[in-house]
Design a protein around this ligand. Structure first.
Ligand code: DGT
Ligand code: CA
Ligand code: CA
Ligand code: ZN
Length: 579
């Protein structure tokens, strides 16, 4: 029998189907497949379980899954294959998934590359680019060719690491399954995952369990596991169908804290901590803190740090970047707590490139515990998203006002703010007239073009936009896409100083592939007293979960609740935003 495909694998197939359909320029359908793939990726439960429990009807009740998709999922779960997908692949036998991951290569380019240059893989693409063949294609120049080569180089360097937000759902499925095993008392993921690093190399799971054999069985037989690569009496290593590896260690309660401390890292932090133990004449290992042969701590992390004269250090800070000195002086910052955001300030809707209506995004926000959102659709210069003009913004404003009055009548304390993600043009001017900007509740600006300016040109361009008296927030200040696109050259310190001077808030974008500002920049911003906001950059209702990635990033940057303006209720937030 064929192996039952995991959520991740099914999602990948649907993403690829969307790409195939896009190549054939079929309208609407690609978007529907992408949406359903994104939903499947973020599901807490495996499709196999959903199907086993409630059959095709249960599949059909997953949001966005219609009858025809439900049938396709059923076929995949039953046979491990999908005839429809096989047919598409046969028509165009190229590695769509890998090729679309190259920045600047979309489905239409793939079709062109295949038809004209017989490109099937990224290796073929690299060869064609090096041979100068890309520039011979219609709509492609030497610039596009360089961009492709740079992206392939960049991918090679970041290979083997996975975005935290992409790992989160599968990590949760695994730990949920382990937690359900009788006799399991504790399950924690350590390593870079616990430190909430922006990318994760592998998933390190630790557990306390009465029956380690049974616990390891559940882990090794989990639907997300592709292959068991190692297994001992208390430990197993597996490769997941998402591509990433995971290991599970079953530990005795007496040394769980020591193991958690050790495997959380990072390495540099651990080395410094171990030095402190050695200075006291003790020894610290993954088994505990020892005075000679005597085990003096190890059950919890807290007692280890405490015995060493340190306050407990939140995992997000563990990187030997001053956190140990601060813990010794009882001077660690009170980091912004998870779940403390009251509003989201970057939300796209189907007015441009978002998947859902304003009302649907508001409903989902309220369900996620938020009490306000700013609608920030793109503006005119971003033509591919159908960017809004002044007229469109006015029309959108009316819809927002109508929804707000409806909430008021229903006594629902929810408010939609009128805003926009206004493009900063090449010269630092904005692509929307002041008269229209004045009617918004807040004005957010971002760079989406001319990434190839010099550092000083780019910096001055952005600062010019920050000087604009109506601007309130700078979005994704460096423009990087994790594993896909380097930040544009920009002097971030100068930008932060200008933001401080002009009273503009700077975004910590929580979207899993942005996380922009990055941790070290946030720390600088906090030191400078720059106003910060955390938002999700949601393009669909389920993207609100990225807010917590943004909070994690803020914590990694030593930010406290008062550093982040959207921890305030709406009225107070708007007041704090004022210049
Ligand atoms: P990753 O998986 O590359 O994203 O990064 P980590 O930090 O999860 O690293 P990983 O999985 O290799 O190991 C987990 C933790 O175990 C690491 O953060 C610190 C600890 N560790 C691993 N190897 C060593 C070592 O040689 N010395 C010390 N002191 N700690 C280590
Ligand atoms: Ca790891
Ligand atoms: Ca590991
Ligand atoms: Zn943007």
């Amino acid at each position: 029998m064929a192996r039952i495909p995991s959520n991740q694998e099914i999602a990948e197939i649907f993403y690829t189907i969307a790409d195939f359909l896009e190549m054939d320029e079929i309208p609407f359908k690609p978007r529907a497949y992408q949406r359903v793939a994104a939903t499947i990726e973020s599901l807490g439960q495996s499709l196999a379980d959903i199907y086993n429990e409630g059959g095709i009807k249960a599949l059909n009740s997953v949001p966005g899954v219609g009858v025809s998709i439900a049938e396709k999922i059923e076929e995949l779960l039953k046979t491990g294959k999908l005839a429809y997908y096989e047919k598409l692949k046969k028509k165009m036998p190229v590695d769509v998934e890998a090729l679309t991951a190259v920045e600047g290569v979309g489905p239409k380019t793939i079709k062109l590359l295949w038809k004209k240059l017989k490109v099937r893989t990224v290796a073929d693409l690299e060869q064609a680019a090096r041979a100068g063949k890309i520039r011979t294609l219609p709509r492609h120049g030497a610039r596009a060719e360089q961009k492709i080569l740079r992206s392939i180089e960049f991918q090679k360097r970041s290979r083997g690491r996975f975005m935290l937000g992409a790992v989160d759902p599968v990590a949760r499925r695994l730990t949920d399954a382990i937690r359900k095993v009788p006799g399991v008392e504790e399950v924690v993921i350590a390593g870079s995952y616990r430190r909430r690093q922006e990318t994760v190399g592998d998933i390190d799971i630790l557990a306390i369990a009465k029956n380690s054999g049974r616990t390891l069985d559940v882990f090794c037989k989990h639907p997300d596991v592709l292959e068991v690569t190692g297994r001992g009496p208390t430990k197993a290593n597996v490769r997941l169908s998402a591509g990433i590896e995971a290991d599970l260690r079953v530990l005795p309660p007496a040394s769980f804290g020591a193991a958690l401390q050790y495997f959380t890292g990072d390495k540099t932090h651990n080395i410094e901590i171990r030095k402190i133990a050695i200075k006291k004449g003790w020894k610290l290992s993954e088994y505990g803190l020892f005075k000679g042969e005597k085990h003096i701590a190890g059950k919890t992390e807290q007692e280890i740090y405490q015995k060493l004269g340190l306050d407990w250090i939140p995992p997000e800070l563990r990187s030997a970047a001053g956190e140990i000195e601060a813990a010794a002086k009882h001077a660690l910052p009170q980091l912004i707590p998870y779940g403390s955001l009251k509003g989201d300030l970057q939300v796209q809707t189907n007015w441009t490139d978002g998947a859902a209506s304003i009302a649907a995004m508001a409903e989902a926000a309220a369900k996620n515990g938020l009490s306000y959102i700013a609608i920030t659709d793109h503006t005119r210069q971003l033509a591919m998203t159908g960017g809004l003009t002044e007229k469109d913004l006015e029309k959108q404003g009316k819809e927002i006002e109508a929804l707000n009055s409806k909430y008021k009548i229903l006594h629902r304390k929810f408010r939609i703010l009128k805003s926009a993600e206004v493009n900063i043009l090449k010269d630092g001017m904005l692509d929307i007239a002041d008269a229209a900007l004045k009617k918004l509740d807040l004005v957010c600006v971002a760079v989406h073009s001319h990434f190839n300016l010099s550092e000083s040109e780019m910096t001055n361009r952005i600062i010019r936009a920050l000087k604009h008296p109506l601007v309130n927030v700078l979005f994704h200040p460096t423009g990087r896409l994790i594993g896909r696109r380097e930040p544009y050259p920009v002097d971030i310190l100068k930008i932060l100083r200008a933001a401080k001077e002009y009273g503009v808030a700077v975004e910590i974008n929580g979207s899993m592939e942005r996380l922009d500002l990055r941790d070290s920049h946030i720390r600088e911003a906090v030191k400078l007293g720059v106003k910060l906001v955390v938002d999700s950059d949601a393009h669909a209702p389920h993207h609100y979960s990225w807010l917590e990635l943004g909070v994690a990033q803020a914590r990694r940057g030593w930010a406290t609740e008062k550093d982040i303006l959207n921890t305030l209720p709406c009225e107070a937030f708007l007041k704090a935003l004022k210049r």
